[in-house]
Write a protein that binds this ligand. Sequence first.
Ligand SMILES: [Mg+2]
Length: 451
Amino acid sequence: MKKAIEKLVGRRDLFNPGAGAATAALLGTADLEAYPQNTNTNSRPSELKITDMRMAWVRDAPMQVPILRLDTNQGISGWGEVRDGADKRYALMLKSRLLGENPCNIDKIFRKIKQFGGPARQAGGVCGVEMALWDLAGKAYNVPIYQMLGGKFREKIRLYADTPESPDPAVFAERLKRRMDHGFTFLKMDVGVRLVENIPGTVSRPLGITSRELSQTQHMFTGMELTDKGIELMSEYVGKVRSVVGMEVPLAADHFGHIGLNSCIRLGKALEKHNLAWLEDMIPWQYPDLWKEITDEVDTPTLTGEDIYLKEPFMELCRKHAVDMIHPDLASSGGILETKKIGDMAQEHGVAMAMHFAGTPICFMANLHCAAATENFVALEHHSVDVPWWEDMVTGVPKPLYTAGFANIPTGPGLGIDVVLDVVKEHLREPGFFEPTDEWNEARVNDRLWS
Ligand SMILES: [Mg+2]
């Protein structure tokens, strides 16, 4: 083919990089697009079309995660996943809006479907599809995703590991120490009311309120406050952990319990001496003015964002400097491109971005590409350090997927991985393994949001 074109136009140099436009003009033909652009395409991108969506629902990874595959008319498929703990139907309801679309038009499709996302798990379908579109576009043009986002700011991605809690600080500190022995350079712990609530005189709350009521009620509305004794004991717990892991390693804190704003501030002040990396989700993300009170009062970085969908709520938090850091979960925040935009926006306000993540290696790869291409990135969460088969779900990248607390950025096209079907099949949450989804083919509504 290449020889035939050379003969036709009589100019060998047209196959050099940058000569694409001239060739296209000379040949006047669209079906040679791979040649004039001198790009190693795996397909013909301009004619690529989405033909199907198939799913399989994984369990115990450690979360339950629906995996999705978008198929095309050119034999390439894209992988994505719906956020941990979300329903696969969040993705399936989008299928009728995707069939026939060219997956390379990622932003166009994202704008078409983003009305079907919302905070936290509601965004799972939109974000899962978005990462599969990037995977397809990367495969079609034979480019890794980070390159399509503008290239890398770093060669490896710093991870921070989620670590199972223990009421005994010595036991928990030992677990953190093991993380450090494995090379992790950034740690996180839970510092919850539950550490002290069974000790008399530590907490006041409406008598008889159940733990279920507490967990379903936002922090400001529970009527639960810490006493000085409660605060002292929680601070002591952190102090004991610090005495084992040292003061030098960043140690973030999460899951404080649904205590009122004033208790958050008093606890935050008491914890200042332990030099924590951040105080996470002390109150819900929906209250930027209240967040600003905590941030102004407490001299430890504050952080929220794992349930925020789209850039706008992050903008409000960053503009007000209501938090010191943001923490989007790419599978909720709007996917790969939206999360890079969120990071870039935050950077303009002097706000750093850590990334929340609790899924399979598919979404892990999406995170690595985004983290590589976003300058204000700090560290990416890893929730599955203790799940032995977690890495086996994918192939095509060097194993282990991370060493000494840093992950390697995949270099293959798209996400850079393929999915190992046998491993997925061994860990299904429910019957159904990429079976036909024809009942989701037809759109029966008018999606327009304006008149
Ligand atoms: Mg969290």
